[in-house]
Design a protein around this ligand. Structure first.
Ligand SMILES: [Fe+2]
Length: 233
């Protein structure tokens, strides 16, 4: 069944479909002109997501070459560190104050590149090799609208997204989800990965700690604490 879209969401979908060759400048302009409000997305809220998902993730629209999702963030909800697969253009529209980290890969080692806070009304560009993490470090729920698109693919634009799981010394690929402590069935492939700078690992641990505490996953917290301890020695 086709979901009920607000006028603004229907306009957003139509405007994207009417542009044959999109890029990050054009998608920014389209999103900016639509003037989204919480009323447009509230029917896609998913704050009551299961504990094994570290944030709420709901599909609004997918026609193959682009998709729109709504992410719902309650306090302490975070993604793992991830990129966006085959995404060639896209953006995130923020409905609240979000914590954001940008990483860069240097000779297969992941380093912290930038710490940011995004605020309500901000629009941030996304492409496939953007490696980042985002979440809710505040005590107020909010949502974000995500658009991922491609001019060359006709299906699964965010397939083969790379997700880094330093607590398990793994790098996995998924269809686009980037949950912390994710279920095995979401993983398309899995390789060993343990090269994170001390700064990146310490910061990551500080950010994701509330999620693991909330879910009483103390074994994983101990694992991470030991790892950081070993780096200090
Ligand atoms: Fe992302």
């Amino acid at each position: 069944m086709q979901p009920q879209y607000s006028k603004n969401i229907a306009k957003l979908i139509a405007d994207i479909q009417n542009q044959p060759n999109l890029n990050n400048t054009l998608i920014y302009q389209i999103v900016d002109q639509v003037s989204l409000t919480e009323n447009d997305v509230e029917s896609f809220y998913c704050f009551e997501h299961p504990d094994y998902q570290s944030y709420g993730r709901k599909l609004i629209f997918d026609n193959g070459n682009f998709k729109i999702l709504l992410m719902s963030w309650k306090s302490g909800d975070y993604t793992a560190i991830h990129n966006h697969g085959y995404t060639e253009w896209g953006c995130v529209y923020y409905f609240g104050e979000a914590t954001h980290r940008l990483y860069r890969l240097e000779e297969d080692s992941l380093r912290l590149a930038q710490k940011d806070t995004y605020y309500k009304g901000n629009v941030a560009s996304v492409c496939g090799d953007l490696t980042h993490l985002m979440g809710n470090g505040s005590n107020k729920d909010f949502s974000t609208l995500h658009i991922y698109g491609s001019n060359s693919r006709t299906s699964d634009v965010s397939k083969d997204a790379v997700v880094y799981l330093p607590e398990f010394e793994k790098k996995v690929t998924t269809m686009g989800s980037a949950y912390l402590n994710m279920n095995q069935e979401l993983m398309l492939s899995e390789t060993h990965f343990n090269t994170l700078s001390k700064e990146a690992l310490t910061d990551y641990f500080y950010l994701v700690k509330p999620y693991y505490e909330r879910n009483k996953l103390f074994q994983i917290l101990n694992l991470m604490e030991n790892k950081i301890q070993n780096l200090s020695n």
